[in-house]
Design a binder for this molecule. Structure first.
Ligand code: TXA
Ligand code: MG
Length: 356
């Protein structure tokens, strides 16, 4: 099916007040079982009513998403939680009370047979988003299943134009919510046991989870069983080769760009177009200053990867940051997107990623 895709402003040009006609338009498509793109405070989502099996199936087709990768259901009320059969453990209740509405997804038990959302797992992922448009739409049409609104494998969309770039022609409506608060997907936590298990780092950090529940957030062993199907796929990838230079081991020790600079020079000398994202200016075909804070980097990263593809770069060389707090979410995404992960200085370990 080919659609004329319209991009409509969630706020009708007025900051803060949702445009009721845009809300009604999105609600109408969803009630007809047709997925639409909506803003959330993390990234743009491709939404369909969670209880409508055919509409949710269309999400997988539109994105080209593997069928074994379950979706997050977005809710705003206790009724919605009950409708999708989610059973919140005491830990899940505590985390929800502290961090909702917000960028935290909880994996909990479910007794409902929503296999089209859960990919047949006996758990379900739920999140109460804070974005005003998403929340209003959910209140209007009920629980919405929504993955990030990119073609599978591409960087998540942080602007409406990114979603339109990937999905135009595949759906009737992209709702433009402007610049989003975080620009990185939610933290995903398995909250079925007594300690939180961090399945995907995000804007809610391991330190914040620990401070909330008084227990360290556990991290699944890298070679253990797959607890979150989405994490086994190659992700967030620009078309260009992405080389990631790990920061020095100790926080606060002076970063070095020597290896990155040498590589940039060598690659350019052999005729490649090279972009660099680093603290210190490096000769390159396109240079972006690495922001000082992890939150700023998270906010810009996916957009820059798309922009560098548009500029026709063959290589993107990026300096990594220290993986603490929000920095661990950024490094998680960069490591998954990278085609090579290198030490900061010549002679420090080199690895080549072969992610599926
Ligand atoms: O910020 C976000 O989370 C955005 C916005 C739109 O809400 N959504 C998003 O969805 O990033 P998606 O589908 O791109 O990522 C969802 C992740 C995947 O890694 C998926 O495997 C995991 O959540 N997931 C979903 N249900 C799960 C479950 N029952 N158990 C474990 N992991 C689950
Ligand atoms: Mg995604």
């Amino acid at each position: 099916m080919h659609w004329e895709t319209r991009v409509l402003d969630a706020f009708g040009g007025k900051e803060g007040a949702i445009d009721p006609e845009v809300l009604a338009c999105a609600a109408r498509w969803l009630r007809q079982g047709v997925p639409v793109v909506i803003p959330t405070e993390t990234v743009y989502g491709l939404a369909a009513p969670a209880l409508d099996r055919r509409a949710v199936a269309a999400i997988f087709v539109i994105k080209g998403r593997p069928l074994d990768n379950p979706l997050i259901v977005h809710v705003t009320t206790e009724n919605h939680i009950a409708e999708v059969g989610a059973q919140l453990s005491p830990l899940a209740r505590l985390l929800a009370k502290t961090f909702w509405p917000g960028p935290l997804t909880l994996v909990v038990d479910t007794h409902a047979a929503l296999a089209w959302v859960t990919a047949g797992l006996d758990s379900i992922a739920i999140r109460h988003p804070r974005h005003a448009f998403a929340a209003a739409l959910i209140s209007e049409v009920g629980p919405l299943a929504a993955p990030s609104a990119n073609l599978s494998g591409r960087p998540s969309p942080t602007r409406a134009c990114h979603a339109a770039q990937d999905l135009a022609g595949r759906l009737p409506l992209v709702v433009d919510g402007g610049d989003l608060e975080h620009g990185l997907e939610s933290t995903v936590v398995d909250a079925r046991g007594e300690s939180p298990i961090l399945l995907r780092p995000g804007a809610i950090t391991a330190e914040e989870l620990e401070a909330c529940c008084g227990r360290a957030a556990l991290v699944p062993a890298p070679n253990g069983p797959v607890r979150s199907p989405g994490m086994k796929y190659r992700h967030y990838s620009p078309r260009a080769e992405l080389w990631l230079y790990l920061p020095p081991h100790a926080e606060g020790s002076a970063p070095s760009c020597q290896r990155l600079m040498d590589d940039a020079r060598r690659l350019r000398a052999s005729g490649s177009r090279v972009a660099v994202i680093a603290e210190q200016r490096v000769d390159a075909d396109h240079f972006i200053v690495l922001p000082g804070g992890a939150r700023e980097l998270a906010h810009g990263l996916f957009g820059w990867l798309r922009e560098l593809d548009e500029r026709g770069m063959d290589y993107v060389l990026i300096q990594g940051i220290y993986p603490a707090g929000m920095g661990s979410a950024v490094m998680d995404r960069l490591t998954r997107a990278a085609t090579r992960v290198l030490g900061a200085d010549p002679g420090v370990g080199v690895s080549q990623r072969g992610l599926s």
